[in-house]
Design a protein around this ligand. Structure first.
Ligand SMILES: Nc1ncnc2c1ncn2[C@@H]1O[C@H](COP(=O)(O)OP(=O)(O)OP(=O)(O)O)[C@@H](O)[C@H]1O
Ligand SMILES: Cc1cn([C@H]2C[C@H](O)[C@@H](COP(=O)(O)O)O2)c(=O)[nH]c1=O
Length: 191
C-alpha cells in the first residue's frame, strides 16, 4: 500500500508521519522532494526558489519524482509506503503557477512516475488563521515567502490535483489535536 500525506507548508505532514511510523513495523517512510540522494540535491535548488523559469522549477520537482519512484517506490510496492507529499503536490503547485496546461501536467507526471501513484492521499486542511500563526512561528523558505494567499490557493489546487489524477483524497482538519489526526488516518488506512 502506497499512501501520501499532503497539505500546504506547515499543515503538519511531517508531524503525522513521525506518529504513523510508530504504528508500522516495516513501513517505508519517505518524502518528496528529497527522498533520494539525488533528490536531496534537487531539493536544495528548488527550495532556494532561484529558478527564473516556472517550467524549470516544475521539471526539477519532476526529476526528483522520477528518481524517487525508481529508487524508493517501485522496489517497495509490496510494503506499506508512507510519503510526505507526492505527485499530487507536483500537480497542485504547477496548477497554481498556471504556466503548464493540465494535459501536459498529467502526461509529464505519468512519464516521471510510470503511472505509479499513491492509492490514497490524506489532505491536512489548514484554515487561514492557523496557517498565518504557524508561518509566523518559523523561518520561511523561498516557497513559503510567496505568502498566505499563495498557499491557500495551493490548498484548493491539491483538491483539484487529486481529482485530475483520480486519486482518493481524504480531507482532515489540520487544526485538530495531533493524536486525533493520527487516529483518523490509521482508522482510514486499516478500513
Ligand atoms: N495538529 C496540530 N496542531 C497544532 N500544531 C501542529 C499540529 N501539527 C503540527 N503542528 C505544528 O505545526 C508546525 C508545522 O508542522 P510540520 O513541520 O509537521 O508541518 P509540515 O506540513 O511537515 O510542514 P512543511 O511542509 O513546511 O515541511 C510545527 O511547529 C508543528 O509542531
Ligand atoms: C513535491 C513538490 C513540492 N513543492 C513545494 C512544496 C513545498 O513548498 C516545498 C517542499 O517543502 P517541504 O518542507 O517538503 O514541504 O516544495 C512544489 O512546489 N512542487 C512539488 O512537486
Amino acid at each position: 500500500m502506497y499512501i501520501a500525506i499532503e497539505g500546504i507548508d506547515t499543515a503538519g505532514k511531517s508531524t503525522q508521519i513521525k506518529k504513523l511510523e510508530k504504528h508500522f513495523d516495516n513501513a517505508v517512510i519517505t518524502k518528496e522532494p528529497g527522498g533520494t540522494d539525488v533528490g536531496k540535491e534537487i531539493r536544495e535548488i528548488v527550495l532556494s526558489a532561484k529558478t527564473k523559469s516556472k517550467k524549470a522549477e516544475f521539471l526539477l520537482f519532476l526529476a526528483d519524482r522520477a528518481e524517487h519512484v525508481k529508487e524508493i517506490i517501485k522496489p517497495n510496492l509490496d510494503k506499506t509506503i508512507i510519503s510526505d507529499r507526492s505527485a499530487v503536490s507536483g500537480v497542485a503547485y504547477a496548477l497554481a503557477q498556471g504556466e503548464i496546461e493540465k494535459k501536459d501536467l498529467l502526461s509529464l507526471n505519468n512519464f516521471a512516475t510510470d503511472g505509479i501513484y499513491p492509492s490514497k492521499v490524506f489532505l491536512l486542511f489548514l484554515e487561514k488563521k492557523e496557517l498565518e500563526f504557524r508561518l509566523s512561528q518559523k523561518k520561511l523558505d523561498g516557497i513559503e515567502l510567496r505568502g498566505v494567499e499563495y498557499l491557500l490557493n495551493i490548498q484548493n489546487c491539491i483538491i483539484e490535483a487529486a481529482k485530475l489524477l483520480n486519486i482518493e483524497l481524504i480531507t482532515i482538519n489540520a487544526a485538530k489535536n495531533i493524536d486525533e489526526i493520527t487516529k483518523e488516518i490509521l482508522n482510514n488506512i486499516k478500513k
